[in-house]
Structures are given as structure tokens and as C-alpha cells.
Design a protein around this ligand. Structure first.
Ligand code: NAP
Length: 308
């Protein structure tokens, strides 16, 4: 069976594309991906998604979008895409043992925040550990927090977070920074930011209490260990777009983000992109949803122009 539209990814962008294409009667198929529901499922309260004056839990927002898409006939398939063939019509998308054929393809595979790889970090995610200052900074008004990382993201998040936090300790594993001079200088000049280098975060405390109380760090040189008290820990060590299967098939930049042209179009006619897989700039739920809507409209119009 050849599907009209197949959507890769079930985060904000993919689900919005599913709602729109389902309402256009295109009966979309959505492949969930490795992280069903995307990055919002890793957050707790979402206070900046329009329409929810009292906020909404990230997983709940995703669940609502999913139900909304299902109501109009979107079909969800578990699993992650392992291969795509875009040099033939219909396109072929493989997810493990399942093989799908589709006329139009919407790629909403998202990006994943890089993590330190600590179990405590995973367990406290959404309970003081965050990968998004824009999303969660507001919860740390008047509190002490740490930001981990040494690139532009870390500088930007640390600087942004001083609007809320009483003190920001920026912890980086080396004395040298990848961050651009201008962003580094800005962070250095900010009186609320203290730099702690070269220290490696060994543990986020305290898993037993279920809230962040600080981080345990080790000096990268002499091995000295100490605890930095903090009520929030922002991991800002970069993001990785989930684009491995598209290498050599869709245009991407040096960091692996897919290139969108003229809205959501790509270098392959009939393939559309939306959400964080093509956006390292805004990365918001609402912008992902917005671009998901754009991709759906572009796909619908393209199918129509092809006489489907
Ligand atoms: P990045 O430049 O790759 O920096 C990642 C940082 O995290 C590095 O300092 C790295 O340390 C550290 N890191 C990586 N893995 C780690 C680990 N497991 N444990 C501890 N530290 C770890 O990533 P980014 O800061 O997200 O920036 C990505 C791109 O976006 C860059 O081109 C950047 O310029 C751009 N960007 C621009 C802006 C802006 O202009 N407003 C804002 C954000 C990002 P090492 O240095 O030791 O490897």
C-alpha cells in the first residue's frame, strides 16, 4: 500500500503535521521514532505554549496532540526509521522490519539534547535538571543554579538565566572555551555568573530526594572533589539532530541539520522538513508546531499539484 503522507517523528512538529494532514483527509502514517513524543516528554511544566494560561505538563501536551491527530485518522507506528530511499517514487521508508511506501514525506525527526550520560541526570530530568533555559528558567527565580558546558549555548543559557537565578555557576571541563569571544566576554562580565573550570560533573544530587540540591564535581587535573549547591542544573553541551539516515540523501549543514528552502521544502521534491531537525535557532514547542503546520500545508499542496 502506498501512503499519501508519511511523517517521521512524533514530537510537536510531527504531531502538528499529522493533525493538519489528517484533517486534509490524507490519512497520514506517523513513525514514532526512538523518543516517542520528542523533547517535550522530557520536561515537566510548559508555561509558554499559547492557550494554556495555567501551564500544561509537557507529556500531557504531547498526549493531547496525539489524540487530536488520531481523532482525524492519523495512524501511529512504533519504531524508528532505519533507512530511506528518496531516489525513487514512491519513497521507501524502512523502520526495522517494516517497510512503508509514501508519495510525500515529512521529516520531523527532531534533535536530541546531548547529555552527560549520568543516571542521576536522567532521573532528575524535569525535576531540576533541564536542557532548555528558555523553557525552564522561570522556575528558578531567586535560586542558585549551575550551567554545564563551554560553547555558545552554555554562555547564552548562563547569561539568560541570570534574569531569574540569584547565582549561576558555569561549569566546564576545560580551561579553554569553544564559545565565541563575544559571548564568553558577556558571560564573564555578568556579575551573577561564576566560572568553575576545569571541572567534570560526576553526579547530580540528590536522586533519593527526587530534587536537585547540587552537583558533585571533580577537578580535571588534580582530582579534587567538591559539591556545588544548586537547585537547578542546566545541561548545555549541545544538540544532535536526528539525521543519520538522511546522510547523502537530503542536504544538511556541517552540524547535520537538514536544510529547509522556501518554507519546508528540501532538495528532494516531495520531501518536507519541520521542527528541530531543521532548526537550531529557535527550538521551541510552538515554533516546531508552527513549522509542522507549514510542512503539512506544503505537502498537501504539492500532492494536489501532482494530481494525487
Ligand atoms: P558546542 O559548540 O559543540 O559546545 C559544546 C560544549 O559542551 C563544549 O564546550 C564541550 O566541551 C562541552 N561538552 C560536550 N560534551 C560534553 C560532555 N560529555 N561533558 C562535558 N562537557 C561537554 O555546542 P553549542 O554550544 O550548543 O553550539 C553549537 C553551535 O551553535 C555552535 O556553532 C555555536 O556557535 C552555535 N550557537 C550559537 C549561538 C549564538 O550565536 N547565539 C548560541 C548557541 C549556539 P569541549 O569544548 O571540552 O569539547
Amino acid at each position: 500500500m502506498v501512503h499519501n503522507v508519511l511523517i517521521i517523528g512524533s514530537g510537536c512538529a510531527g504531531l502538528t503535521a499529522a493533525i493538519y494532514t489528517a484533517r486534509a483527509n490524507l490519512k497520514p502514517i506517523v513513525i514514532d521514532g526512538y523518543e516517542p513524543g520528542g523533547q517535550l516528554t522530557l520536561t515537566t511544566e510548559v508555561e509558554n505554549y499559547p492557550g494554556f494560561p495555567n501551564g500544561i505538563l509537557g507529556p500531557q501536551l504531547i498526549e493531547n496532540m496525539r489524540k487530536q491527530a488520531q481523532r482525524f485518522g492519523a495512524e501511529f507506528k512504533a519504531g524508528a526509521v532505519t533507512a530511506v530511499a528518496l531516489d525513487r517514487r514512491p519513497f521507501v521508508v524502512t523502520a526495522g522490519k517494516e517497510v512503508y511506501e509514501c508519495k510525500a514525506l515529512i521529516v520531523a525527526a527532531g534533535a536530541s539534547a546531548r547529555l552527560l550520560g549520568l543516571e542521576s541526570e536522567r532521573k532528575l530530568m524535569g525535576h531540576g535538571v533541564s536542557t532548555c533555559a528558555t523553557c525552564d528558567g522561570y522556575f528558578f527565580r531567586g535560586k542558585e543554579i549551575v550551567v554545564i558546558g563551554g560553547g555558545d549555548s552554555a554562555m547564552e543559557e548562563a547569561t539568560f538565566l541570570t534574569k531569574f537565578a540569584s547565582k549561576v555557576t558555569l561549569i566546564h571541563r576545560r580551561n579553554e572555551f569553544r564559545a565565541s569571544k563575544i559571548m564568553l566576554d558577556r558571560a564573564h562580565k555578568n556579575e551573577k555568573i561564576q566560572f568553575l573550570t576545569p571541572y567534570i560533573v560526576e553526579e547530580v544530587l540528590d536522586v533519593e530526594k527526587g530534587v536537585v540540591e547540587g552537583v558533585r564535581v571533580r577537578h580535571a587535573g588534580n582530582g579534587e572533589i567538591k559539591t556545588i549547591p544548586a537547585e537547578g542544573a542546566f545541561i548545555a553541551i549541545g544538540h544532535t539532530p536526528n539525521t543519520k539516515v538522511f546522510e547523502g540523501k537530503l542536504e544538511m549543514d556541517a552540524a547535520g541539520y537538514l536544510g529547509a528552502r522556501n518554507g519546508t521544502l528540501t532538495n528532494v521534491e516531495g520531501v518536507f522538513v519541520c521542527g528541530d531537525v531543521q532548526d537550531h535557532r529557535y527550538r521551541q514547542a510552538v515554533t516546531a508546531a508552527g513549522s509542522g503546520c507549514m510542512a503539512a500545508i506544503d505537502a498537501e499542496r504539492w500532492l494536489e499539484s501532482q494530481g494525487h
